[in-house]
Ligand binder design. Structure first.
Ligand SMILES: NC(=O)c1ccc[n+]([C@@H]2O[C@H](COP(=O)([O-])OP(=O)(O)OC[C@H]3O[C@@H](n4cnc5c(N)ncnc54)[C@H](OP(=O)(O)O)[C@@H]3O)[C@@H](O)[C@H]2O)c1
Length: 324
């Protein structure tokens, strides 16, 4: 099979596409013919050796896929060979075949093709739980979404507006804000040129009820300052590269709630919330929701695809299609 390979930590340009033996599923594992794999920001961090969970080289990056079950390992009763599946792993998805633990598989939501199924779960589940499960967002509330044209951000704009929340999209530049407006944002703030706190307060009156932050850096404190009294701030990720250090007196003065969200923790500690989220997202997909896939690349262009994500040059999701 063909597979991307990281042989030493570094920038995405160091990735190679090589031919490897097909992997064999062990006990509790399933072999999947990968049709499509989405790029997520953590893939860039893993290849650089900067992710919180390390993967020692050599390894095949790729953490989210959709495909078809090709073989079952010893002791695995199903899903049957030929079943369409999607899933998330730490590594291994930028390849024509991947071995995954059976509990890491999920059904492909009705209505999603392989490219959109690969691009769906990580960002949409993150967006849903940050907004609803952790953020307690409800219809009619103002929500500031940072990085609103990126993977998690665009999903948060999409889900939040479909659930009736009034989204203020924050992103770098008008072109990126346009993307968020198409997904349902009511207003946009270019946080490179405008003061985020001031604009959010102007747009919302007293300030936003909720902020969802997959970016971090200086924008995090500005978004917290743009909350109303009693507002909620959910920290999701640090695409900026800098983990914000927020003065706690801001939290005190605003009577604010700051919470973290991490999807693996939720899967481990709150499976019932995960199931409720999957159901809610499946309903939204039935109503026509689709992840924004802005580019599809063949496997041979995997380095360029990751480089574009690292360089902030993409909107929504970038997908590697194996047969392309
Ligand atoms: N907690 C969880 O469970 C969870 C789940 C999924 C992802 N995450 C994390 O969430 C973060 C975002 O992931 P994603 O998939 O949405 O990434 P993405 O598609 O690359 O989007 C990140 C956005 O951040 C903004 N940004 C600001 N400064 C940046 C910089 N220096 N470099 C790159 N982007 C920058 C960019 O928008 P502008 O140019 O418009 O500012 C970009 O669109 C990552 O840190 C990821 O690890 C966390």
């Amino acid at each position: 099979m063909r597979a991307a390979r990281c042989t030493a930590y570094g920038p995405p340009e160091g990735l190679e596409v090589v031919t490897l033996d097909d992997p064999e599923p062990g006990p509790g594992e399933v072999l999947v013919d990968v049709h499509a794999a989405a790029v997520n920001f953590p893939d860039v961090l893993l290849v650089a050796g900067r992710y919180q969970v390390p993967a020692p080289p050599p390894f095949t990056p790729g953490s989210e896929f959709a495909g078809v079950v090709a073989a079952l390992g010893p002791g695995v009763a199903g899903p049957a060979v030929g079943t369409p599946v999607a899933g998330a792993v730490l590594t291994g998805a930028f390849a024509e075949k991947a071995v995954v633990p059976v509990e890491g598989l999920r059904a492909v939501p009705d209505g999603l093709d392989m490219v959109h199924a690969a691009a769906f779960h990580v960002t949409y589940a993150t967006a849903y739980h940050a907004l609803v499960t952790v953020g307690a967002g409800t219809a009619g509330e103002w929500v500031t979404v940072l990085g609103a044209a990126g993977g998690v951000g665009s999903a948060a704009v999409d889900v939040g507006s479909r659930l009736g929340m009034r989204v203020v999209a924050a992103a770098s530049g008008e072109e990126r804000l346009k993307v968020a407006r198409v997904l349902g944002a009511e207003a946009g703030v270019d946080y490179v040129r405008e003061d985020l706190k001031t604009r959010v307060r102007e747009l919302t009156g007293e300030g936003a009820h909720l902020a969802v932050d997959p970016v971090g850096g200086d924008h995090a404190e500005a978004a917290l300052r743009g909350l109303r009294r009693g507002g909620r701030f959910v920290t999701v990720g640090y695409a900026d590269g800098r983990v914000p250090r927020i003065p706690l007196n801001l939290v005190l003065l605003k009577d604010a709630v700051v919470r973290g969200f991490e999807i693996r923790m939720l899967r481990r500690y709150a499976p019932e919330a995960v199931a409720a989220g999957d159901e809610a997202l499946a309903r939204l997909v039935r109503d026509g929701m689709r992840p924004l896939v802005s580019r599809v690349h063949p496997l041979g262009e995997v380095a360029a695809a990751l480089s574009d994500v690292a360089g902030r040059r993409t909107t929504g999701k970038v997908v590697i299609e194996m047969g392309a």
